[in-house]
Design a protein around this ligand. Structure first.
Ligand SMILES: Cc1cc2nc3c(=O)[nH]c(=O)nc-3n(C[C@H](O)[C@H](O)[C@H](O)COP(=O)(O)O)c2cc1C
Length: 328
């Protein structure tokens, strides 16, 4: 009871949400998350690209360029493939809702406002309690105006909202020139929640094979700090939507920090890959123990309290000033 809270108008037993990943890609695994004490789950995303790549594979492509246009002649195949992908995903929503009593948030990964938007309605009808939009627009084209990219985020959100009446949150990356402005614009456009931040696929180079290879997909605990900065900054500016802290949240202490900074909930993924799904129990217990030590009897009573003017001055600092480091 002590840990109960709300997020996107949904009742949660704990502020710890398992974020979209393979941990939330099967009913069995989601059941384990719920049993371990997760407040909610965000299902593994259905990817716009995943659907397109299947279509291209059917056409005989092996190296899929997901951003390529595909021939209109394949329209029927397009519809067919989407049908099967969506059916599988809807089944995941329906089956999950049957076996767990925690909110189930569906997730769509998208990069433009294409015909996939109708999927949102189908996920709502399948029983999803909310929808998280993982919008990831690749900004690698030097001629692309940042304002156009930002507008696309807003347009996607508005288009989705027209189609459904469950709450919608947006999961953002941190690659914006002005994150505050982007966040406030999304909130104004109707986002009920913002998830800060997504973590993108990172390339690495194998120096023996001299080839680009996938980098580590698991975050490091140190990544917590950037999340903390933006949760603090946005909550101190009283952004009128709820913030869910994601990336680098590893321990119960990290959960406490994000809530002190103003997060309504946190999302966890890498820590569970490293420590196992049952680690949610430990995290919940550690948050509760901290609350007891500090005489807080509910989560809301300490949310955002480390958000005074003097705290924000520190959060806003970018450079290390006149500090000497000992070199070993
Ligand atoms: C194996 C794996 C799969 C993931 N799949 C998705 C996904 O389908 N959709 C999504 O929005 N995020 C996905 N993510 C990102 C996580 O939800 C999360 O935002 C990211 O890992 C940062 O949080 P963390 O530091 O707790 O891991 C995935 C992450 C991992 C490691």
């Amino acid at each position: 009871m002590k840990l109960s809270t709300t997020y996107l108008g949904l009742k949660l037993k704990s502020p710890i949400i398992v974020s979209s990943s393979t941990l939330t890609g099967s009913v069995e695994s989601i059941k384990r998350c719920a049993e371990a004490g997760a407040g909610a789950v965000v299902l593994k995303s259905i990817f716009e690209e995943q659907i397109l790549s299947e279509i291209r594979r059917e056409e005989g492509y092996t190296d899929v360029d997901i951003y390529d246009a595909y021939p209109e002649a394949q329209e029927y195949l397009n519809t067919y493939m989407r049908g099967t992908e969506i059916e599988i995903y809807e089944k995941l929503v329906r089956e999950t809702k049957k076996v767990v009593d925690i909110p189930v948030i569906a997730s769509i990964n998208c990069s433009d406002k294409g015909e996939w938007i109708s999927i949102a309605r189908e996920l709502q009808d399948a029983g999803a309690d909310a929808l998280e939009l993982n919008v990831a627009i690749a900004a690698f084209d030097r001629d692309l105006d940042p304002r156009e990219i930002e507008k696309e985020y807003i347009d996607i959100l508005k288009e989705v909202e027209k189609n459904i009446n469950i709450p919608v949150s947006v999961k953002l990356g941190d690659h914006f020139t002005n994150i505050s402005r982007m966040a406030f614009s999304l909130s104004k456009a109707g986002a009920k929640g913002l998830v800060l931040f997504n973590r993108f696929y990172n390339p690495d180079i194998n120096i023996e094979k001299m080839k680009v290879v996938p980098g580590n997909s698991i975050s490091a605990p140190e990544e917590n700090h950037n999340t903390l900065r933006w949760i603090s900054l946005l909550s101190s500016q009283e952004i009128p939507c709820e913030l869910s802290a994601s990336r680098g949240v590893y321990t119960g202490e990290d959960v406490v920090k994000q809530i002190l900074a103003g997060a309504k909930t946190v999302q966890v993924c890498s820590t569970l890959y490293r420590n196992g799904i049952d680690y949610i129990k430990q995290m919940n217990a550690d948050v509760e123990a901290w609350m007891e030590r500090h005489n807080f009897d509910n989560v809301e009573s300490f949310r955002g309290i480390v958000n005074k003017k003097e705290d924000i001055k520190v959060v806003e600092r970018l450079q290390y000033l006149r500090r000497n480091y000992d070199l070993h």
